[in-house]
Design a protein around this ligand. Structure first.
Ligand SMILES: [Zn+2]
Ligand SMILES: [Zn+2]
Length: 381
């Protein structure tokens, strides 16, 4: 096969233009499956050719451990696409989720990429059978098993659990998936014969997590099918009562969606009930934190007096200060020790009251004619 046929070489603006004028109704859907795949390179080429011929766009990852696909399919070709999936034993009857809000413009081209894993999770999963997953539960069954006393475990990133979670769920503190799953195994090691329910945002993390728990000797492992996102949909559709409290962290511009009015968290700075999640506005810090409106004002949208001092400096001074420092990308790290943060705030406020600055180097670097630091910083308390 001609290698050129396997890549879309057009520029994004041309692709966008073409898609806008295509006039073809499209359906965006996603699916994944942990399944042993062999000769993934060859499979990649075949899938690309087959799906491109149907006009499929999207992003598909395949790996020896399975497939993870988000695609936009011309609606007229949906049945053909389904048949093509079902014709392959590895993908037969794979459940797919159709995106509800869909303008059909989600993807510009088709990318099928070979990866080491379909989800980066840091687990040495050659050691266990990733396809031996837990039982999949719908919302009603998940609720019932909770009432019957099953243990519930949150498998999302630690910061995603902050502002909402299932009532009474164990929330791992580790900040990697691998750390979290090892923590769960350790915490529940005396309960290997109890029923363990796992959940995450969309369901895929629990596939691996449940297989890992079974490998570790847990006998009754189940997971929330479709994750919290589909749980919320089922609540509405079936009029069920939510056992998930608070907000759900989502992966688009909204950041969160509210499931119930419960406020399950407190402001990390003052301890008052609050579930407003935000990033520290000091660009090199950017830590996620729960912060009430009063503290947002007090700390100028920052996590600490130290970050506030930098954030309130003139832009060009901030820029000079940032040189050589790395800026953290958003949504990756959250403050996990609010107690420690409050201690640090107290210490910094004391120092600030004493010295007028927490960053003497910046105060010096501002040079002649710069505003006095006391004009910029108003230490409170
Ligand atoms: Zn506060
Ligand atoms: Zn900060």
């Amino acid at each position: 096969m001609d290698a050129h046929r396997l890549r879309n070489l057009h520029r994004p603006d041309i692709l966008r233009e073409r898609l806008a004028h295509e006039g073809v109704p499209r359906t965006t859907l996603s699916f994944y499956r942990y399944v042993r795949l062999s000769e993934v390179e060859a499979l990649r080429d075949v899938l690309y050719a087959e799906w491109e011929a149907l006009g499929v766009l999207g992003r598909v990852y395949i790996a020896p451990e399975g497939i993870n696909a988000q695609v936009s399919v011309p609606s007229a070709e949906l049945e053909v696409f389904r048949a093509a999936l079902d014709a392959r034993e590895a993908f037969a009857r794979v459940p797919w989720k159709i995106a509800v809000e869909d303008d059909g413009r989600s993807f510009l081209k088709l990318i099928v990429r070979v990866k080491k894993k379909i989800v980066a999770d840091g687990l040495a999963d050659d050691a266990f059978d990733v396809t031996n997953v837990g039982e999949h539960l719908d919302a009603a069954t998940f609720n019932r098993k909770m009432e019957e006393g099953a243990l519930v475990v949150d498998m999302r990133n630690n910061y995603e659990c902050l502002i909402g979670h299932f009532d009474g769920a164990y929330l791992p503190k580790a900040d990697t998936f691998r750390g979290a799953i090892e923590e769960v195994v350790d915490q529940l090691k005396d309960h290997k014969d109890r029923e363990v329910l796992m959940y995450c945002t969309g369901g895929i993390r629990c596939e691996k997590a449940s297989a890992y728990l079974k490998h570790q000797g847990f006998t009754k492992v189940a997971q929330l099918h479709g994750g919290i996102i589909d749980y919320a949909r089922q609540l509405k559709a079936e009029g069920l009562k939510s056992k998930y409290l608070g907000q759900n962290f989502v992966f688009d511009e909204r950041l969160t969606e509210r499931i119930t009015d419960d406020v399950v968290s407190t402001c990390m700075q003052c301890g008052s009930p609050c579930d407003r999640i935000t990033n520290c506005h000091e660009a090199t810090c950017n830590m996620l934190l729960v912060q009430c409106d009063a503290c947002a004002t007090k700390y100028a949208d920052c996590c600490s007096p130290s970050c506030r001092e930098i954030h309130l400096l003139p832009v060009e001074v901030q820029r000079a200060w940032r040189k050589g420092r790395s800026t953290r990308s958003t949504r990756t790290k959250a403050i996990t020790d609010p107690e420690g943060l409050r201690r640090r705030i107290r210490e910094e406020e004391e120092l600030l009251a004493l010295n007028g600055t927490l960053h003497p180097s910046v105060a010096g670097a501002r040079g002649e004619g710069g505003p006095e630091l006391t004009e910029v910083i108003h230490p409170t308390s």
